[in-house]
Design a protein. Structure first.
Ligand code: DUC
Ligand code: ZN
Ligand code: ZN
Ligand code: ZN
Length: 499
């Protein structure tokens, strides 16, 4: 028979408002939201949400499950990674198809689908990395948009020789994204500066994890962020800055918005919940555990600063860049920080960390919390209202949240397939009592029961109204014309020949 679920007595929290209501789901879809729905079905499983919040499940905009990287593979695969996501209240991830130069985007997309589909426990989607430029890429982008449900592409200004694009290539990629109605995402760090300065750092004998941050300080991120926004604005293309890690990068995003550009900023759980002082930790394994690109910042006031901007609307939505490596993988860089696989955890703890540092700390209200953890992601990536809202007709991806209960984050109890947690010891208010994916209870008071391979690939259509409305309007206004005037007829000075 149909799968029926009634969530009784809770307070529904959407991005726009909070209200008391029961939520009735059937076959993975929210069918009714309203008061006193117990008469709706006699054979529904009933869960009591009295005194609790009923929120749309989290959408993590940025993960790298089982990414082949630094000669190894990220420890959380699509099974462990999505299981950890669900355990923490995230019911959808958007991962990245990401390979090196000259690789076929289409073939890689199929390869990633092959990895993910048999393993994913929650719904998911893919961004695709554009790491080189050519006719084939240009064509593949169109096919990915029209046939494969991809509406976002990530370009890199860092990882020289591996992923990095030159500015002219970045501009072409922006123009193509705009043509296709796809969203242009940018990893903004200056890859040339990083390459030169990291070599210098090693020569100076600074080979430990602190060198990773010292050779790419936050100005290196701020410069690339401003440059990417400048280039996007020149071709009137909306732009999405992934992993905004520093005050400098956040300020570049704010400056872009202030000038009227369509810029989205995505801070991640790591930079909202911890900081780069950890690179100076006496224990190498501890310090290396935090190595990621861009790095966390040693200025300890950064997390609260970024959270404040996120609360205000200066930054927009959150992901994690979840890309985990075990201590023995991190040890590939034991004598040279350049070889430490870049990546940290986050997919399991993002919802709790943002509740703790955002809502519990008094910086944001529950509606804004839902916006930055779910709704805005759904809107920007064009899967709203299928995702990101508790409403009739939407997918039954739901979290029943206890805002007062606490838990202490630890690698001992997390669901990641990795032996380290960057939030170790952080006590968080706010825990997911129940997590519901496709109308099925997959987390029940700490008991995690997921179904391998049950997650669906969610195709996304181009031209999100949110992303493109202002741009399309501006294109109509901006029609430059040459001034009509008499041709110049005066004397012409003969310049001396160039020596
Ligand atoms: N940064 C990371 O730390 N890991 C994956 C890719 C990236 O850009
Ligand atoms: Zn990146
Ligand atoms: Zn240690
Ligand atoms: Zn990433």
């Amino acid at each position: 028979g149909p799968r029926r679920l009634l969530i009784k007595g809770g307070t529904v929290v959407n991005a726009d408002r909070k209200f008391r209501a029961d939520v009735y789901c059937e076959d993975g879809i929210i069918r009714k939201v309203g008061c006193d729905l117990e008469g709706v079905s006699s054979d529904a499983k009933v869960v009591d949400a009295t005194g609790k919040l009923v929120m749309p499940g989290g959408i993590d905009t940025h993960t790298h499950m089982q990414l082949p990287f630094f000669g190894t593979t990220a420890a959380d695969d699509f099974y462990h990674g999505t299981r950890a996501a669900l355990a923490g209240g995230t019911t959808m991830i958007i991962d990245f198809v990401l390979g090196g130069k000259n690789q076929s985007l289409l073939k890689m997309y199929e390869q990633w689908r092959g990895w993910a589909d048999p393993k994913v426990c929650c719904d998911y989607s893919f961004h695709v990395g554009v790491t080189w430029w050519g006719e084939e890429v240009y064509q593949d982008m169109a096919t990915l948009v029209s046939d494969k449900g991809v509406n976002s592409f990530k370009m890199f200004l860092a990882y020289k020789d591996l992923f990095m694009l030159r500015d002219d290539e970045l501009m072409k990629a922006f123009m193509r994204c705009k043509e296709l109605g796809a969203l242009a995402q940018v990893h903004a760090e200056n890859g040339d500066l990083i390459a030169a300065q990291s070599e210098k750092m090693i020569k100076l004998g600074i080979t430990g994890p602190e060198g990773h941050e010292m050779c790419r300080p936050e100005e290196v991120e701020g410069e690339a962020t401003a440059r990417a926004i400048t280039i996007a604005s020149q071709v009137n293309c909306p732009i999405y800055i992934v992993h905004v890690m520093s005050k400098s990068a956040a300020q570049a995003v704010m400056r872009g918005k202030e000038k009227g550009h369509v810029v989205f900023g995505e801070p991640i759980a790591a930079c909202l919940g911890t900081d780069g002082t950890n690179y100076w930790h006496k224990c190498w394994r501890h310090a290396a555990g935090y190595v990621m690109g861009p790095p966390l910042r040693p200025d300890p006031s950064t997390p609260r600063y970024l959270m404040t901007l996120l609360a205000n609307g200066d930054l927009d939505l959150t992901g994690t860049d979840n890309c985990t490596f075990n201590a023995d993988q991190k040890a590939l860089g034991a004598s040279d920080f350049r070889k430490i696989p870049n990546g940290v955890n986050g997919v399991e703890d993002r919802m709790s960390v943002i509740w703790e540092k955002g809502v519990h700390a008094g910086l944001m209200d529950p509606c804004r919390y839902v916006a930055v953890t779910s709704t805005t992601a759904a809107r920007v990536f064009n899967i709203y209202p299928q995702k990101g809202v508790i409403a009739e007709g939407s997918d039954a991806d739901i979290v029943v949240w206890d805002p007062e209960a606490t838990r202490t984050i630890s690698a001992k109890t997390h669901h990641h397939n990795v032996d380290f947690n960057i939030f170790e010891g952080l006590e968080c208010h706010g825990i997911p009592l129940l997590v519901i994916s496709q109308g099925r209870v997959v987390v029940d008071h700490g008991k995690v029961e997921v179904v391998r391979g049950s997650g669906r690939y969610i195709p996304r259509k181009p031209y999100s109204e949110v992303v493109y409305s202002r741009i399309l309007q501006r294109d109509k206004v901006w029609v430059p014309e040459a001034v009509e005037r008499e041709p110049y007829s005066g004397p012409v000075i003969q310049l001396p020949p160039v020596q």
